[in-house]
Design a protein around this ligand. Structure first.
Ligand code: PHE
Ligand code: FE
Length: 274
């Protein structure tokens, strides 16, 4: 048995490392492009190169097709360059943030079709593992699918749903849905299983594990089952949820969650590997 490498994305009890004094009231800030060193650009270039080579047969077709729309791959892109294409494609834009931001500002940005992207990049010694999302995870992992019209609409609905979940004290349940779909979701294509979750697509090891390993269980997406299931942030997932299309994801998340939250709150939680 090989111990799994830590995943690339998660939250921790440590204070976030970004400089939040740069942020305005909505938690966005200018992308500090001048602050990137040649070593930072080189880290991005190497991450992109390694990850892009792993995608065939493991990442979904939509992701592979739209990844080049990020533009440059040999340095950290300027967010304005990405936005020129992204806004034309789906009306989304990316906005810079100093790191993880609180729930309500996060949901508000998504509801306005603005995706927050951390602007700093990991250190070379964090190449395979970083506790917090950085510019590579946020851009490479999340932004290609924002070029897809159905996925783009789904992300906005998620933001609106987040604001509602906040009012209903159900953010933890909704965050499990985010985790098991937007971060770690799998999709069944005509030619086999693929990854669409950003946490998988930006991870060196979990791509192979999630799609090919016989170890994890893979269940069809079931909203209540997802909301009951805890998740691990420091190991590969033991359970993945599979959709057949982004339309399925959109349709299954469209109903009013108010009664679903109520029911799920009355049911026992399930362990990550249950
Ligand atoms: N339909 C959900 C609700 O009514 C909102 C939502 C949409 C949540 C899409 C996640 C994704 O609360
Ligand atoms: Fe993410």
């Amino acid at each position: 048995d090989v111990a799994p490498e830590p995943v690339v994305y998660g939250q921790s009890d440590r204070p976030p490392r970004g400089d939040y004094s740069r942020a305005t009231a909505d938690y966005t800030c200018p992308q500090n492009y001048a602050a990137y060193t040649p070593a930072d650009h080189e880290t991005y270039r190497k991450l992109y190169e390694r990850q892009a080579a792993l995608l065939p047969g493991l990442a979904c077709d939509e992701f592979i097709r739209d990844l080049p729309l990020l533009g440059v791959k040999d340095r950290i892109p300027r967010f304005e360059e990405v936005n020129e294409r992204l806004h034309k494609a789906t009306g989304w834009e990316i906005v810079a943030v100093p790191g993880l931001i609180p729930e309500v500002p996060f949901f508000s940005l998504l509801a306005a079709r603005k995706f927050p992207v951390t602007d700093w990049i990991r250190k070379p010694e964090e190449f395979d593992y970083i506790v917090e999302p950085d510019v590579f995870h946020d851009l490479f992992g999340h932004v290609p699918l924002l070029f897809n019209p159905i996925f783009a609409d789904h992300m906005q609905e998620y933001g609106k749903g987040g604001l509602k979940a906040h009012r209903l004290d159900a953010c933890e349940l909704l965050s499990r849905l985010y985790w098991y779909t937007i971060e770690f979701g799998l999709i069944r294509q005509s030619d086999g299983l693929r990854a669409y979750g950003a946490g998988i697509l930006s991870s060196g090891g979990e791509l192979q594990h999630s799609v090919r390993s016989p170890e994890p269980q893979r269940l069809p997406l079931d909203i209540e089952r997802v909301m009951r299931t805890r998740y691990k942030i420091d190991s590969y997932q033991q359970t993945y949820f599979v959709i057949d299309s982004f339309q399925e994801l959109f349709d299954k998340t469209a109903p009013d969650f108010t009664p679903i939250y109520q029911r799920v709150k009355s049911l026992p939680e399930l362990a990550a590997g249950a």
